[in-house]
Write a protein that binds this ligand. Structure first.
Ligand code: FES
Ligand code: FES
Length: 175
């Protein structure tokens, strides 16, 4: 396949490459753009180590051709917060979630999408949503605790900034 010009937004910044359009996004992130926080695990969409966000939704970057992100916004673990201080990242440290660490950036990206969709998840919600992210070290209990810690911090922040008459999103956080 001949190289094509692909442009997209990566962590809020424009990215432009001359590349074969069937190249997996993960290859582009790691080998072309030095975004090495996203990991290669199975390469077949089965383990979740390569999870990033495309337009805010979690996707497996090992299985998505770069042509599919043209004109769209990709967020990696490096772009989740400007200073590595997203509530999930802080909670991961506080709960000592990683063991070897290899799966954890994918875990955090899936957890971020979970909390965006369900700000106060139960254990069952977490188990169901995170089931595609495999941890060979078995850190699942600490991951659950970290997600709940982050959810609590995010809910407290929402309460602190909430004002009477604010929209339904804030009301949902309070429920
Ligand atoms: S490396 Fe992409 S899902 Fe395993
Ligand atoms: S911390 Fe080792 S694979 Fe998850």
């Amino acid at each position: 396949m001949s190289p094509e010009t692909i442009t997209f937004t990566l962590n809020g910044q424009p990215a432009r490459l001359e590349i074969e359009p069937d190249t997996p996004l993960l290859w582009v992130l790691r080998d072309e753009l030095a975004m090495n926080g996203t990991k290669f695990g199975c390469g077949r969409g089965l383990c979740g180590a390569c999870t990033v966000h495309l337009e805010g939704s979690p996707i497996r970057s090992c299985s998505l051709p770069i042509s599919a992100v043209a004109g769209k916004a990709v967020t990696t673990i490096e772009g989740l917060s400007s200073a590595g201080d997203h509530p999930l990242q802080k909670a991961w440290v506080a709960e000592n979630a990683p063991q070897c660490g290899y799966c954890q950036s994918g875990q955090i990206m899936s957890a971020a999408a979970l909390l965006a969709a369900r700000p106060n998840p139960t254990d069952a919600d977490i188990n169901a949503y995170m089931s595609g992210n495999i941890c060979r070290c078995g850190t699942y209990p600490r991951i659950r605790k970290a997600i709940k810690r982050a959810a609590a911090e995010m809910a407290a922040a929402a309460v602190a900034t909430w004002e009477p008459g604010q929209d339904a999103d804030a009301a949902e956080v309070l429920s």
